[in-house]
Design a protein around this ligand. Structure first.
Ligand code: SF4
Ligand code: SF4
Length: 80
């Protein structure tokens, strides 16, 4: 996952059947923070990026790679 190019569009998250990824906010300090459902609490978030939270669950289907408009997905399929 390339956090520098990710625009946090969420497409990869939606297509992943394995729950490998989650959306995180980036605050002014460049730290990853939880994204709340309520946008009113997201004032300190400058942008959102997708992060891998459970890479072991990835089955390497490549769906995330196909939908990403920014070619962020750099992880290789897990060898069986
Ligand atoms: S390649 Fe992995 S992270 Fe990407 S959609 Fe498939 S299971 Fe999810
Ligand atoms: S599809 Fe690409 S740009 Fe969109 S959230 Fe996923 S990694 Fe980021």
């Amino acid at each position: 996952m390339n956090a520098a190019t990710c625009i946090g569009c969420g497409r990869c998250y939606k297509v992943c059947a394995q729950g490998v990824m989650t959306l995180r906010g980036v605050n002014e300090e460049g730290e990853l923070v939880e994204v709340s459902e309520d946008d009113d609490d997201d004032d300190e978030i400058l942008r959102k990026v997708m992060v891998m939270v459970d890479a072991d669950a990835c089955i390497g289907c490549g769906a995330c790679n196909r939908v990403c408009p920014k070619d962020c997905q750099t992880h290789e399929p897990v060898e069986a």
